[in-house]
Ligand binder design. Structure first.
Ligand SMILES: Nc1ncnc2c1ncn2[C@@H]1O[C@H](COP(=O)(O)OP(=O)(O)O)[C@@H](O)[C@H]1O
Ligand SMILES: [Mg+2]
Length: 302
């Protein structure tokens, strides 16, 4: 009898986003079945002698050989957020692989914690601070001169502000504190109108490309901010080994790594544990969803 591998893909959107639909198609091509779930539709229970994960609506046992965790959601309370982490920890306790593991996913989402771990392992990162009081933020801005203020959890370049004046930072930081938001502040890194995205899945660099900002007014190089994708045919060995090292430090199965080229060498901006790849797929035809689907299946069969 042929057993069909079942993969659950989790994100918080009411309908599966494009990248997830690509993964579902790729899994289907490989003969695996997939289901799209939101975190709220999974319930975990600790019983007398056992513990279970069930579907919330039917309380039937959760049936998946692996889970692809794409998005836990952020617009929620701390209690709901903890519950969501609990579910995936519980699933991991059942020896069902979660890709990326929930701990690693959380660390990568937290831009500060991920840079802290990278820095400790000797990976170059920009000077970065996380503060709550706006006076400290202003003091840092005075000392670093040109800075960016980013959402601690964010993506696609949204909400990142560059400031050259400590007064601008004072105003931004004060508003953030009033909204009970931490202030994630970083020195501005001079880069040549582009950065590098390395997409790595398992033991393969699936794609590496320059994200070239064509609008000289815009210093952000996300594809979502209008950057063009220019493929790098052969990644230099330094960046290649940096990417593999990062994957290992953060215990990720796959990641998108953003890197700046500076006069002092490479500097890492952030690591995405749930990267998007629409831009690269459109520009080159490379299909990361296929690689990810294969990798996930290989993890089940180990
Ligand atoms: N410290 C910085 N110095 C210069 N440019 C930056 C800095 N931080 C971010 N950027 C630019 O903004 C983009 C988005 O920043 P990033 O930290 O990757 O957040 P996001 O999760 O929104 O992509 C980067 O790709 C880069 O072009
Ligand atoms: Mg980024």
């Amino acid at each position: 009898m042929v057993t069909i591998v079942k993969i659950a893909i989790v994100a918080d959107k009411p309908v599966p986003p494009w990248s997830i639909r690509q993964i579902m198609l790729a899994l289907e091509e490989l003969g695996a079945s997939s289901m799209y779930l939101r975190p709220s539709s999974i319930t975990s229970i600790i019983g007398e002698n056992n513990f279970y994960v069930v579907y919330s609506n039917t309380l039937k046992p959760f049936e998946a050989d692996a889970v692809i965790l794409r998005d836990l959601g952020v617009a929620t309370t701390i209690e709901i957020f903890l519950r969501r982490i609990d579910i995936f920890k519980h699933i991991e306790e059942l020896s069902i692989p979660v890709i990326n593991p929930v701990n690693s996913y959380m660390i990568a989402r937290d831009k500060y914690l991920s840079l802290l771990l990278l820095s400790k392992a000797g990976i170059p990162i920009p000077k970065t601070a996380i503060v709550e009081d706006f006076y400290s933020a202003t003091k840092l801005a005075e000392s670093w001169r040109k800075v960016v203020v980013k959402p601690l959890i964010g993506s696609m370049g949204f909400g990142i502000i560059r400031a050259e004046s400590a007064d601008t930072v004072y105003n931004v930081a004060r508003t953030l504190s009033q909204l009970h938001q931490p202030i994630y502040i970083q020195e501005y890194i001079e880069k040549p109108g582009r950065d590098i995205r390395v997409l790595i899945i398992g033991d393969e660099i699936v794609a590496a490309y320059y994200r070239v900002q064509q609008n000289i007014e815009n210093w952000k190089t996300n594809v979502a901010q209008g950057a063009r994708v220019d493929i790098i045919e052969k990644l230099d060995s330094e960046l290649e080994s940096l990417a593999f090292k990062i994957l290992k430090i953060l215990n990720l199965y796959y990641a998108g790594i953003d890197v700046a080229e500076t006069k002092n060498g490479y500097v890492v901006f952030e690591v995405n544990a749930s990267p998007q790849w629409r831009g690269i797929q459109r520009a080159t035809g490379i299909n990361p969803a296929k690689k990810l689907a294969k990798h996930v299946i290989s993890l089940i069969r180990q």
